[in-house]
Design a protein. Structure first.
Length: 171
Protein backbone atom coordinates (compact mmCIF):
# COMPACT_ATOMS: atom_id res chain seq x y z
CA UNK A 1 0.00 0.00 0.00
CA UNK A 2 1.13 3.56 -0.71
CA UNK A 3 1.75 5.98 2.12
CA UNK A 4 -1.28 7.22 4.01
CA UNK A 5 -2.23 10.13 6.20
CA UNK A 6 -4.56 10.54 9.16
CA UNK A 7 -7.70 12.61 8.58
CA UNK A 8 -9.81 11.99 11.70
CA UNK A 9 -11.74 9.41 13.69
CA UNK A 10 -15.17 7.80 13.83
CA UNK A 11 -17.01 9.95 16.36
CA UNK A 12 -20.57 8.60 16.42
CA UNK A 13 -23.35 6.91 14.55
CA UNK A 14 -25.49 8.86 12.11
CA UNK A 15 -29.02 7.53 11.90
CA UNK A 16 -29.75 3.86 12.33
CA UNK A 17 -28.84 2.31 8.95
CA UNK A 18 -25.07 2.09 9.39
CA UNK A 19 -23.91 5.62 8.59
CA UNK A 20 -21.15 7.15 10.69
CA UNK A 21 -19.88 10.60 11.55
CA UNK A 22 -16.14 11.12 11.07
CA UNK A 23 -14.68 14.11 12.91
CA UNK A 24 -11.88 15.57 10.79
CA UNK A 25 -8.60 16.59 12.40
CA UNK A 26 -8.33 19.49 9.92
CA UNK A 27 -10.65 20.64 7.13
CA UNK A 28 -9.89 18.80 3.91
CA UNK A 29 -9.11 20.84 0.83
CA UNK A 30 -10.34 18.17 -1.57
CA UNK A 31 -13.56 16.41 -2.24
CA UNK A 32 -13.30 12.70 -1.56
CA UNK A 33 -14.04 10.25 -4.33
CA UNK A 34 -16.70 7.78 -3.22
CA UNK A 35 -15.09 5.13 -5.45
CA UNK A 36 -11.79 5.27 -3.53
CA UNK A 37 -11.42 3.42 -0.23
CA UNK A 38 -10.84 4.96 3.15
CA UNK A 39 -8.71 3.09 5.67
CA UNK A 40 -9.52 2.32 9.29
CA UNK A 41 -6.72 1.52 11.71
CA UNK A 42 -7.60 -1.86 13.19
CA UNK A 43 -5.03 -3.62 15.39
CA UNK A 44 -2.31 -1.23 14.12
CA UNK A 45 -3.06 -2.12 10.48
CA UNK A 46 -4.82 -0.04 7.88
CA UNK A 47 -7.85 -1.91 6.54
CA UNK A 48 -9.58 -0.60 3.38
CA UNK A 49 -13.34 0.05 3.35
CA UNK A 50 -15.42 1.24 0.44
CA UNK A 51 -18.10 3.88 0.81
CA UNK A 52 -21.70 3.53 -0.35
CA UNK A 53 -22.66 7.08 0.63
CA UNK A 54 -20.69 10.22 1.41
CA UNK A 55 -21.58 13.70 2.67
CA UNK A 56 -18.66 16.07 3.22
CA UNK A 57 -18.71 19.25 5.31
CA UNK A 58 -15.74 21.46 6.26
CA UNK A 59 -15.15 19.70 9.58
CA UNK A 60 -16.69 16.25 9.19
CA UNK A 61 -17.74 13.41 6.93
CA UNK A 62 -20.92 11.40 7.08
CA UNK A 63 -20.29 8.07 5.39
CA UNK A 64 -21.98 4.73 4.95
CA UNK A 65 -19.52 1.89 4.42
CA UNK A 66 -20.26 -1.27 2.48
CA UNK A 67 -21.43 -4.18 4.65
CA UNK A 68 -22.07 -2.02 7.72
CA UNK A 69 -25.85 -1.81 7.91
CA UNK A 70 -26.84 -0.82 11.46
CA UNK A 71 -25.98 1.65 14.18
CA UNK A 72 -24.96 -1.34 16.33
CA UNK A 73 -22.37 -2.35 13.71
CA UNK A 74 -21.03 1.22 13.62
CA UNK A 75 -20.55 1.18 17.39
CA UNK A 76 -17.93 -1.56 16.89
CA UNK A 77 -15.79 1.02 15.03
CA UNK A 78 -16.26 4.02 17.33
CA UNK A 79 -13.02 5.88 17.95
CA UNK A 80 -11.16 4.15 15.12
CA UNK A 81 -8.71 6.37 13.25
CA UNK A 82 -9.46 7.09 9.60
CA UNK A 83 -6.80 7.46 6.91
CA UNK A 84 -6.60 8.25 3.21
CA UNK A 85 -4.05 6.84 0.84
CA UNK A 86 -1.68 9.59 -0.30
CA UNK A 87 -2.10 8.75 -3.96
CA UNK A 88 -5.76 9.83 -3.64
CA UNK A 89 -4.95 13.27 -5.07
CA UNK A 90 -2.24 13.57 -2.42
CA UNK A 91 -0.57 16.53 -4.05
CA UNK A 92 -3.88 18.38 -3.80
CA UNK A 93 -4.91 17.03 -0.39
CA UNK A 94 -3.56 19.63 1.97
CA UNK A 95 -4.88 21.04 5.18
CA UNK A 96 -5.88 24.68 5.11
CA UNK A 97 -3.21 25.70 7.63
CA UNK A 98 -0.52 25.40 4.96
CA UNK A 99 -2.21 28.03 2.78
CA UNK A 100 -0.55 30.84 4.74
CA UNK A 101 1.49 32.79 2.21
CA UNK A 102 -0.58 31.65 -0.79
CA UNK A 103 -1.89 34.32 -3.19
CA UNK A 104 -5.67 34.69 -3.33
CA UNK A 105 -7.06 34.95 -6.87
CA UNK A 106 -10.76 35.65 -7.29
CA UNK A 107 -12.41 34.19 -10.40
CA UNK A 108 -14.07 37.57 -11.10
CA UNK A 109 -11.68 40.15 -9.61
CA UNK A 110 -8.26 38.60 -10.26
CA UNK A 111 -5.38 38.64 -7.75
CA UNK A 112 -6.44 40.12 -4.41
CA UNK A 113 -3.82 39.52 -1.74
CA UNK A 114 -2.03 36.93 0.37
CA UNK A 115 -3.29 34.58 3.07
CA UNK A 116 -1.74 35.69 6.36
CA UNK A 117 -3.43 33.27 8.77
CA UNK A 118 -5.90 30.45 9.19
CA UNK A 119 -8.47 30.49 12.00
CA UNK A 120 -9.78 27.01 12.79
CA UNK A 121 -13.25 27.41 14.29
CA UNK A 122 -15.62 24.49 14.71
CA UNK A 123 -18.54 26.02 12.83
CA UNK A 124 -16.82 28.44 10.45
CA UNK A 125 -13.10 28.25 9.76
CA UNK A 126 -11.62 31.35 8.18
CA UNK A 127 -8.73 32.32 5.94
CA UNK A 128 -7.31 35.76 6.76
CA UNK A 129 -6.14 37.79 3.77
CA UNK A 130 -4.31 41.11 3.61
CA UNK A 131 -6.05 43.33 1.03
CA UNK A 132 -5.50 47.07 0.54
CA UNK A 133 -4.08 47.36 4.05
CA UNK A 134 -7.06 45.61 5.68
CA UNK A 135 -7.55 42.14 7.14
CA UNK A 136 -10.27 40.32 5.20
CA UNK A 137 -11.88 37.18 6.62
CA UNK A 138 -12.81 34.60 4.00
CA UNK A 139 -14.96 31.64 5.05
CA UNK A 140 -12.97 28.47 4.36
CA UNK A 141 -15.64 26.42 2.65
CA UNK A 142 -15.97 24.50 -0.60
CA UNK A 143 -18.54 26.96 -1.99
CA UNK A 144 -15.95 29.74 -2.07
CA UNK A 145 -12.69 27.85 -2.61
CA UNK A 146 -12.64 26.71 -6.22
CA UNK A 147 -9.14 25.25 -6.42
CA UNK A 148 -5.82 25.15 -4.58
CA UNK A 149 -2.81 25.37 -6.89
CA UNK A 150 0.01 24.15 -4.70
CA UNK A 151 2.78 24.52 -7.30
CA UNK A 152 1.84 28.16 -7.94
CA UNK A 153 1.01 28.76 -4.26
CA UNK A 154 -2.35 30.21 -5.25
CA UNK A 155 -5.87 29.64 -4.04
CA UNK A 156 -8.69 30.31 -6.51
CA UNK A 157 -11.85 31.62 -4.89
CA UNK A 158 -15.19 33.07 -5.86
CA UNK A 159 -15.98 35.62 -3.16
CA UNK A 160 -19.57 36.65 -2.53
CA UNK A 161 -20.46 40.00 -4.03
CA UNK A 162 -19.87 42.77 -1.49
CA UNK A 163 -17.59 40.82 0.89
CA UNK A 164 -14.60 43.06 0.24
CA UNK A 165 -16.77 46.19 0.45
CA UNK A 166 -17.73 45.34 4.04
CA UNK A 167 -14.11 45.70 5.10
CA UNK A 168 -13.21 48.64 2.86
CA UNK A 169 -16.25 50.77 3.81
CA UNK A 170 -15.27 50.84 7.51
CA UNK A 171 -13.38 54.13 7.17
Amino acid sequence: MAASYYIGYIAKTHGYKGAMHIKLEHPLSLELNIEEPIFLEINKRLVPFFMEELTQTPDSLIIKLEDIDSDEAVKNYMGYKVYLETDQQAEKAITLEVLTGFKVVDTNLGELGTITAYINEKKNSLLVMEYKGKEIYIPANADLIQEVLTDEEEILVTLPEGLLDIYLDED
